[in-house]
Design a protein around this ligand. Structure first.
Ligand SMILES: Nc1ncnc2c1ncn2[C@@H]1O[C@H](COP(=O)(O)OP(=O)(O)OP(=O)(O)O)[C@@H](O)[C@H]1O
Ligand SMILES: O=C(O)[C@H](O)CO
Length: 415
């Protein structure tokens, strides 16, 4: 059992290392020529790594650079860059201050100048200036409601784009007449460009009508000013902007499969679009493990079933946890007592919900340990308290900020 867990840890570590954005950003910039001034703006959880790679390629060509990332995600100074940090997943004053500095840096440019925009997931919370007369308080309220209601990220961002002065293509308009070249690391299933960090430089495909439908679907609270801003349509064309997507959950799954194979497990990538409730995904993955061990298909052990995605959680309790921890804990209930099986769920960014863990790694003993401690998994899930339970069962995965952000990896290893 110990070996299979060690193998699972290697798969987590190696797959995340292989999807760091560094070499992809370098490839995207190598050999490119820019006429006028070059301003580099990097936002999101992977902003520091992306900016650092841009600096290695462009060096003194960069007139000004700004990184705006999550607290504790910057890894030091980068020559020519201001390094700013702010709160995630809920914005704070530093979000708005940082965003204003970025707007200043791209104001008064000419049509010969270029803004290189390096964008990664987390950018929606980190890069924000409220539209119209909205303020930070309004954003805290609506973001909190959106994150707790069970809406998926495309829905969440449809609402945020209409309330923001920089999302949904509006940042590209602020850069005009300069050209904007966006290099994006995708944490959106299917890589819809205008949803990645709410598409600050993309023509927005979402509409006011869709935003109001989401408000109604989840019963969100709107002030008068929010209703007014939600009725203002986002740009449907951004002629000064081009975009390249350099990485996504697909690469994370391929990397996990390669490492599993190297460790002697026959890999099968089952889905890169898992978007159901976290606890349902956990039970489903466990059911595949049972099928393998009892029926011998779709693979015979040793094998690895690999999925990527972003599940949702409807927060109903006061506990502490995250999507991946909830998935892993739910899987633990279903594989209780089984041998030679582990199930892992991790966020590639290294943070799962408002916790210090990246996710969970469980086996047949996890529930046994929790039973022994008098902890019932169903109660924990009802309280959304997966972090505490997995800590007690020694089943947390802790990586710290990884420097990348391409959704979540779910896998099972079976012998
Ligand atoms: N107690 C909890 N249990 C389970 N999930 C939680 C809990 N508290 C918050 N969450 C979930 O955590 C998510 C936010 O945290 P996280 O940073 O992991 O999201 P993210 O998708 O990586 O963010 P981004 O897309 O902006 O990079 C929300 O979807 C929220 O539903
Ligand atoms: O920041 C965001 O909006 C999410 O991470 C999706 O990119």
């Amino acid at each position: 059992m110990r070996q299979i867990k060690e193998d699972a840890k290697k798969i987590i570590h190696s797959s995340i290392q292989r999807v760091l954005p560094d070499s992809a950003v370098k490839r995207a910039l190598e050999g490119k020529t820019f006429l006028g001034k070059v301003i580099v703006i990097a936002i999101g959880k992977a902003a520091w790594n992306m900016a650092n790679s841009a600096e290695e390629i462009l060096g003194n060509r960069i007139e000004k650079g700004i990184v705006l990332t999550k607290y504790h995600h910057a890894q030091g100074d980068i020559k020519g860059f201001s390094i700013l940090e702010a709160s995630h997943p809920l914005p704070d004053e530093n979000t708005i201050l940082g965003t204003e500095k970025i707007i200043d840096a791209v104001s008064n440019l000419s049509s010969e100048d270029t803004v290189i925009f390096l964008v990664s997931g987390g950018g929606s919370a980190l890069f924000e200036k409220p539209a119209g007369n909205l303020d930070l308080k309004d954003f805290l309220q609506i973001t909190d409601e959106l994150l707790k209601c069970g809406a998926d990220i495309v829905e969440i961002n449809t609402v945020r784009k209409h309330l923001s002065a920089v999302k949904g293509g509006k940042f590209a308009a602020l850069c005009a007449p300069a050209q904007v070249y966006t290099i994006a690391l995708s944490d959106i299933l299917g890589d819809r460009p205008d949803s990645i960090a709410s598409g600050p430089t993309c023509a927005d495909r979402s509409t006011c009508e869709e935003a109001f439908a989401i408000v109604e679907k989840y019963g969100l609270t709107l002030s008068g000013e929010m209703k007014k801003q939600l009725s203002v349509e986002t740009p449907k064309e951004v002629p000064n902007s081009t975009m390249l997507i350099t990485g996504s959950v697909k690469e994370l799954c391929f990397a996990a499969a390669a490492e599993a194979k190297a460790l002697g497990y026959a890999p099968l990538i089952l889905s890169t679009f898992v978007d159901c409730e976290a606890k349902e995904a956990g039970r489903f993955l466990a059911s595949i493990g049972k099928t393998i061990q009892q029926e011998g298909f779709p693979l015979k052990g040793p094998c690895a079933i690999i999925c990527g995605g972003e599940t949702v959680v409807k927060i109903t309790g006061p506990g502490k946890g995250g999507r991946n921890q909830e998935l892993a804990l739910s899987a633990a209930a279903s594989i209780a007592g089984m041998e030679d099986i582990v199930i892992g769920a991790v966020g590639s960014d290294g943070t799962d919900g408002p916790t210090d863990a990246a996710g969970g790694l469980v086996d047949g003993q996890t529930k046994v340990i929790l039973d022994g401690a008098g902890i019932a998994i169903d109660d924990v899930l009802a309280q959304n308290d997966s972090n505490r339970a997995l800590a007690i069962a020694n089943a947390l995965v802790v990586t710290g900020p990884t420097g990348t952000n391409v959704n979540d990896l779910y896998f099972l290893l079976c012998k």
